[in-house]
Write a protein that binds this ligand. Structure first.
Ligand code: ADP
Ligand code: ADP
Ligand code: ZN
Length: 220
């Protein structure tokens, strides 16, 4: 039996979602992205969606208690039996501690934390040029990683849109919210011997190779 419990750590725009698409296909594990789950709840206008909307629009973190509950419920689902890739969770130390506890309960400890490191200066350009698929969520960039056919998703053909929180104002709030917390989480996982730091400024293909190598080395 093959298990793979992976966490992607990185600031907004570091490339977590982009890399998650291929890595989850390689390991056949679900891509669990709290941001995607919150946006889906908002689109469905569920009570969760109504509760989180004000935070997402402004770029603020959703309160820990609510975020932890969403992940706890998601990890109970059957498709996580061989592992999962967490993208955008944990983002705070209380979330990291809660995650350790819930994974201990289900007997699936984190195996690798891949930290996609990109300097803050690069992230503004990445985020303000980002377009995402309205259906499958795949990220593109108008100049750095353009889709093959204009405003259409290469993977599923749906329309590409600009996220409401990719404005310069909301991006600035998100980077401020996450900068110190991400550094603190990197230390937290380094102390546990789980951290693998990846140079996220390389091309998308090279970042993918670096992640694959790190995962394979750790398996060997
Ligand atoms: P990005 O792709 O820019 O890293 P995400 O899609 O991961 O952004 O997250 C979008 C928004 O969802 C965040 O700005 C925040 O409001 C909320 N969010 C996502 N993950 C978390 C989390 N772990 N804790 C609190 N809020 C979160
Ligand atoms: P995150 O999920 O960490 O917020 P994304 O995967 O959505 O980040 O990537 C943010 C933006 O940067 C997107 O527009 C994406 O196309 C672009 N991008 C991702 N990886 C790279 C890379 N290695 N080099 C240049 N641009 C990238
Ligand atoms: Zn798509």
């Amino acid at each position: 039996m093959w298990f793979m419990q992976i966490v992607f750590l990185g600031l907004p725009g570091a490339g977590k979602g982009t890399q998650a698409v291929s890595i989850t296909e390689d390991f056949d594990v679900p891509h669990i992205a709290t941001g995607d789950m919150f946006r889906a709840a908002m689109a469905a206008d569920s009570s969760l969606g109504q509760e989180v909307r004000e935070y997402l629009v402004k770029g603020l973190l959703v309160p820990d208690e609510l975020t932890i509950q969403v992940v706890r419920d998601r990890l109970q689902q059957a498709d996580t039996k061989n592992g999962f890739l967490l993208d955008g969770f944990p983002r705070t130390e209380p979330q990291a501690i809660a995650l350790e506890e819930m994974l201990r309960e289900i007997g699936k400890p984190i195996m690798h934390v891949l930290y996609l490191q990109v300097p803050r200066e690069d992230l503004l350009q990445r985020l303000t040029g980002r377009v995402v698929c309205s259906s499958c969520g795949t990220s593109y960039h108008v100049t750095l990683n353009p889709p093959t056919h204009g405003g259409i998703c290469d993977r599923c053909g749906a329309e590409l849109i600009v996220r409401k929180d990719d404005t310069p104002e909301a991006v600035a709030v998100r980077l401020a919210e996450n900068f110190e917390r991400t550094e603190a989480l990197a230390k937290f996982y380094e102390q546990r011997g789980l951290l693998r730091t990846i140079d996220g400024t390389q091309s998308i293909g090279h970042v993918y190779d670096a992640i694959s190598n790190a995962l394979q080395e750790a398996q060997a």
